[in-house]
Design a protein around this ligand. Sequence first.
Ligand code: PMP
Length: 283
Amino acid sequence: MSRTVYVNGNFVAEEQATVSVFDRGFLFADAVYEVTSVIDGKLLDNAGHLARLHRSLGELNIKPPATDDEIVRVQQELVRRNSLDEGSVYLQVSRGVADRDFGYAADMTPTLVMFTQQKSLRNPPQAEKGIAVISVPDIRWQRRDIKTVGLLAQCLAKQQAVDAGVADAWMVEDGVVTEGSSNNAFIVDADGNIITRHLGNKILHGITRASVIALLESDNRQLHERAFTLEEACAAREAFVTSATTFVWPVVEIDGHTIGDGKPGPLATRLREIYIETALARA
Ligand code: PMP
């Protein structure tokens, strides 16, 4: 069945949806995006995603294409029109359309595209069994804090993982793990210390990461926000990743090293449960 998608003010059948070949999102990856997950038709952590959208747009001097209220109305309308129960709403803003030139005018009209994707989020096998990951060199640019559609390095990392028969890749730079191909990485060391990479330009500031950290804080669990090495990760008692569409997935193998007893760890399992519960209650 054809989806209804949203392009620049119009709800249209996906077959009819078009964007110019001169759109700078297409030509230069001059565009940012957000993904908000949906459960029971509700948008999870959407305020955080919209706040980060504004930050990304501001860093690139792209004009907001609509108010937050308007964006939320479109998100909800897409959920409704597509009868989306579980999955996600994708939102992309590019700088707009202009004859191909590296430089750009200040007054461009941004392109706004939104669509839904149906996906089982609550009980996927990855959550129950945990995932295996491999490490790959982090070959991305230096502004990973901006959520741009320039995702080729992450696509290559993910495909390398798939070709190696595992679920995902953790990217490594200067001997330390930055993040997963599309998620933030956490470990729990042998002494029970919970560690995740500190914020900065080297990683995306995950909305799910922030929510999970808030849950740890409300539980009086101390978190160490610092870089950790691949060796520390391989020796960890527990590891997991966070993202909008996975919530929390346990990591049970890194580069062939079994993590803990090879089963999802207790912290990841618990955080997954309470993240879903609290995010749904807030939505
Ligand atoms: N890091 C990267 C590189 C990502 O692509 C994503 C997901 N887009 C994340 C982290 C997780 O961010 P969030 O929790 O906001 O989905």
